[in-house]
Design a protein around this ligand. Structure first.
Ligand SMILES: Cc1cc2nc3c(=O)[nH]c(=O)nc-3n(C[C@H](O)[C@H](O)[C@H](O)COP(=O)(O)OP(=O)(O)OC[C@H]3O[C@@H](n4cnc5c(N)ncnc54)[C@H](O)[C@@H]3O)c2cc1C
Length: 224
């Protein structure tokens, strides 16, 4: 479909440890990356505050001069750098009227809708694949596991979302980080991270909607 090739490109354009087109796992889980960035920042004199939600970016005479935290503390600075998305930064943490109209409109028009859902599983053992049997971690568990046998299958998975339902047979891209890193699961056990598609973007975000779907999906009810 037009435009979809970008995602493939996005997935192969990066590199890890000098090898192009591969993805890597962070030993100990993704928090290890945040901790590494935090250590590097602290080494250079940064002070880090956690559990300190920013409620507002303070603007004086057209310049950002600091932030106000949710508990009322005000921190002044020469520059404010935001690591959260543009919508939160410019629409919620400050008055968009303070921004050039064209820029504010561009931010307002960013489409954040996503048709994917992440599902994380705790496993008592690695999957035993029919094409390469074995329930001990092997090369078949190290890479990305794609469950999408044909293009027709992908199209049908998307049809469900197009008409407002979660895919009956979703595309699943799964990884099992514990097959390479024994620090992320108890001995002999595993974690599996599944990136699934497609999910309707108009899905009601209520607990009731989830419960109704679970009741209507026998396989989901038995595994939940
Ligand atoms: C379903 C899904 C699957 C993905 N899979 C992968 C993958 O397999 N590999 C990969 O490399 N990337 C993946 N990504 C992308 C990756 O998760 C993001 O690119 C990355 O997390 C972005 O990091 P960030 O620091 O910019 O934002 P975030 O990780 O969103 O961090 C922003 C932080 O700011 C905090 N925050 C928000 N508002 C405030 C506030 N007002 N005050 C203070 N703090 C605030 C939040 O709590 C959060 O901790 C995936 C993303 C999604 C959604």
């Amino acid at each position: 479909m037009p435009g979809t090739a970008y995602v493939l490109f996005h997935h192969v354009m990066g590199e890890c440890n000098g090898v192009r087109g591969v993805w890597g796992y962070v030993r100990g889980g993704m928090g290890g990356l945040s901790n590494a960035i935090a250590s590097a920042a602290k080494e250079r004199g940064a002070e880090i505050r956690v559990n300190a939600a920013v409620a507002q970016i303070i603007v004086k005479n057209g310049e950002a001069v600091g932030v106000a935290l949710a508990d009322g503390t005000e921190l002044r600075a020469k520059k404010v750098i935001s690591g959260i998305d543009a919508n939160m930064t410019f629409q919620r943490l400050m008055d968009p009227k303070l921004l050039p109209a064209e820029f504010a409109e561009a931010v307002r028009n960013i489409d954040y809708a996503s048709g994917s859902a992440k599902i994380n599983l705790a496993l008592s053992e690695v999957p035993d694949f029919r094409c390469l049997p074995g329930n001990k971690p092997g090369p078949q568990h190290h890479g990305t596991i794609h469950l999408c046998p044909t293009r027709e299958y992908i199209e049908r998975a998307f049809d469900c979302a197009k008409y407002g339902h979660i895919s009956d047979n979703p595309i699943i891209e799964a990884t099992i980080p514990s097959s390479l890193d024994n620090t992320v699961a108890p001995p002999g056990m595993h974690v599996m991270s599944m990136f699934t598609q497609y999910f309707p973007t108009c899905w009601p975000r209520t607990r009731g909607a989830w419960r109704r779907t679970r009741r209507a999906t026998p396989s989901a009810a038995s595994t939940s």
